[in-house]
Design a protein around this ligand. Sequence first.
Ligand code: ASP
Ligand code: MG
Length: 631
Amino acid sequence: MGVVVQKFGGSSVKDAESVMEAARKAIRAKHAGNSVIVVVSAQGSTTDDLIAKAAEITSEPSAREMDMLLATGEQISIALTAMAIQELGERAVSFTGPQVGIVTDSTHRKARIKKIDTQRLCEALDSGHIVVLAGFQGIDEQGDISTLGRGGSDTTAVAVAAAVKLAGYEVECEIYTDVDGVYTTDPRIVPDARKMDAISYDEMLEMASMGAGVMHSRSIEFAKKFDVPLMVRNAKSDAVGTWIMPEAPWMSEIPACGVALAADESRLLLEGVPDRPGVSHRIFAALADANIAVDMIAQSVGIGGKATIGFTVLNTELDRTKKILGPIVGELGATLNETGKVSKVSVVGAGMRAISGVAERMFQALAAEGVNLKMITTGDIKISVLVEEDGAAESAVIEPGPAEPIKKAHLESKKAVRGRRALRAVHAAFALAQPRKGAGAQPAAHGEFKPRLVPLVLPAKTEREAAIARLAGMEDVLVSGVQLNNEQSRITIYDLPDQPGNCSKVFNAVATGGILVDMIVQNQSGPAKAELSFTVPRADLTRALKRTQDVVREIDPGCRVVGDGDISVLFVLGVGMRTHTGVAKTMFGALAAKGINIAMINTSEVCVGVVVERARGEEALACLTEAFKLG
Ligand code: ASP
Ligand code: MG
């Protein structure tokens, strides 16, 4: 029998009328022959109001008591929703998270789900009730109420769907919200953004982590891990929304499905870092231990045994990050520079695995807008660039005076001025407003994109079920595979003037030679200088080098270009690799323990890539396979 899990967010149950509408949707799904679980969030701004109430009492509420308080918001919603369903003549029963055994760890206010005991829930379903379940909450092993972190009801919904699926039911999950689905980018910034009909789990993970804002990343991790088909749709209409689903063959024809902007990060540069085994591990292990999620990491090759590591953290974690790294940086004889607020613009598309030319197009669009790129990293299905916001003349002033809502709107419009401009340019460059397969219509012509000889990273093939069976908790990180690629070589440009357009020129020169570029890392290497590294197939190294040297000579004869044919690229693939801070730590730690030096690092939501010396590639593969128990 089929189970439909319907999740209604705070705005979709904000008042009696919305609650009745949600109840009607649930009843319709029931009448269509499904068993129905409704997961609800707290009404409207309830959670914010509860936080404000606590703040009237204390500036440092205990996390346990906060959870006790916040969980009440959802309890109101479940009771009202169950009453609404009953009022409309159907049987319904409401449950809190603890009542249906949603067991979490004890990290109050951001607890992770360990297991869900579906017995009571399934009994209620089997006896014909619509089950109304509180989102966002659970119970820890001491019996205390916990909450999953802001926006956590999505996670509850998908996790419950996964648990019901594991119990043997066929399941689908619908996320009702106040938008029609997932868009090619934020329609508030780019009005002609197009609604997508379908997007893959990996694409959605990359988009969500970059502030696409529609769903909680953790919920999509659950969906991918347990293969739960998911639809995001509008609570106020019956329009079909966006399917978030396993990667379908047609998706590999679409080089870019969406672009995203993240505007709440700061960039840090570690300069003069000794380029020897174990150093990255030292740094990122310290941050992981403090539970600080590092977003973008770009390590450049470095000269004279010194590397530069650039990375970003959320603005809210900046002070803590500096405090933790201070002593370590001292010991290493390196320096830590805070380089200010940045916006990250990313283009995402599963087709990038097999199609090249995406980076060139992106950089060209940004160059045409005069946007300077402070850092570049690539993942298997995304390319991210950092754009500097501090110092943007338009961005600064917070004017005193206007009342709260006006002030907010005002600030919003002044935020991330350059990032927004970059986002619009990239969205237009990929013609994302046009209908295409998976977004309104037939495939658009992507004539200018060339197939890659070998996809950058192959989706992990490891048996999902076996891997899941080894997990202690449902929400634990799942590393599904490690891959070694020995067919790549690397080109590095030192002292590239840090000006708009240079990357575009370089990649244009390489691409017009028909050479496919895979991994790209650009980092700052000195005042107004950048270091740009990228990999190309080994067979093309000589040609790529020649083309790069020619174009670089035109830009600035002072730049140095170096080719290296002796590299191996290793990729670790999985789910939850960034929301769990420990993956990079384990990875760098395992390599450090073997004395293998890391020459380049790339991270994304679903893949961490490193470049090591070719001679140690096989050894690195073996040690990572062991470190992640994949053997
Ligand atoms: N009510 C919680 C919050 O506002 C959970 C949710 O809405 O998903 O964060
Ligand atoms: Mg909410």
